[in-house]
Design a protein around this ligand. Structure first.
Ligand code: PAF
Length: 274
């Protein structure tokens, strides 16, 4: 696997490499990321991954400084997954001057996670557009665990007419149902044992809707109460339309239930399509 940190070096390395499939990450790779790398192979000739912890998408009180950086381990995993090229820029490579031109997503950036993480999706959209311009992939893969992020990137790519196919990769879960996430590493042993409750609550909502329940607000509130009783502090549990993440006005359309909740200092997100 080739590793490049400078933009000109990466561009030179990607000349004549055919159709590039791109999997951007912030590192601290787990089986969820590796499954995206493995899927990538089927969509092109050269698989490019990136590792960059993007300061722009972290709020002032978030975990940018303590976000786990495990570069050597990550490289070994990418190599084993058959990734051809890794782009691992420093902040000086990617942001040699303050990034004043940004991508401002529309109203979707202010709902759900965006309500609790102001500016987060602007930071994500800005870095992803910049990475797309650098790597110039024909396809790019993002995990469905970050459902709202995937939607923002899909919409941006379509509205800005970028010649890139955006592919959503299924969430990979531990045996007990917990969605794999770099932030799971922050959990204590007790919190890790408690953490699958979030997915169980999403399943309860899905099952109830499938069984004919139409009062989604009641279902959301029941999940928030069950989580609170077990010590969680919930930002949202929300049943939304899959198409645009607006609230579920009719339960006969494809829905998704999304949640963000905190166990101690660790904020976990998850979702389930219905
Ligand atoms: O999902 C992530 O790891 C990040 O948000 C991304 C897409 C790599 C942008 O920094």
């Amino acid at each position: 696997m080739q590793i490049h940190s400078s933009i000109p070096d990466l561009r030179a390395a990607l000349k004549n490499r055919g159709r590039v499939v791109f999997v951007p990450t912030m590192g601290n790779l787990h089986a969820g990321h590796i499954s995206l790398m493995e899927q990538a192979r089927a969509h092109g000739d050269t698989v490019v991954a990136s590792i960059f912890v993007n300061r722009l998408q972290f709020g002032p009180n978030e975990d940018f400084d303590k976000y786990p950086r495990t570069f050597t381990d990550d490289c070994a995993k990418l190599e084993a997954a058959g990734v051809d090229v890794l782009f691992a820029p420093s902040e000086a490579d990617l942001y040699p001057e303050p990034q004043e031109y940004t991508v401002d997503p529309p109203a979707i950036q202010n709902i759900l996670d965006g309500e609790f993480r102001p500016g987060h999706f602007r930071g994500v959209a800005t870095v992803v557009l910049k990475l797309f311009n650098i790597v110039q992939p024909h396809a790019a893969i993002f995990g469905k665990k970050d459902y709202q992020q995937l939607m923002v990137i899909r919409d941006m790519t379509r509205q800005l007419a970028l010649p890139i196919t955006v592919i959503g990769g299924e969430t990979v879960r531990a045996e007990d149902g917990l969605a794999l996430s770099s932030r799971n590493g922050y959990l204590s042993t007790e919190q890790r044992a408690e953490a699958p409750r979030l997915y169980r609550e999403l399943n309860k909502i899905r099952d109830a809707i499938r069984a004919g329940e139409t009062d989604t607000v009641n279902l959301e509130n029941a999940a928030i109460s069950a989580l609170a009783a077990a010590g969680w502090k919930t930002d949202y549990v929300a049943v939304q339309q899959q198409s645009d993440l607006t609230p579920a006005s009719a339960v006969d359309r494809p829905l998704v239930v999304l949640a963000a909740s905190r166990l101690g200092a660790t904020r976990l997100i998850d979702n389930l399509e219905i």
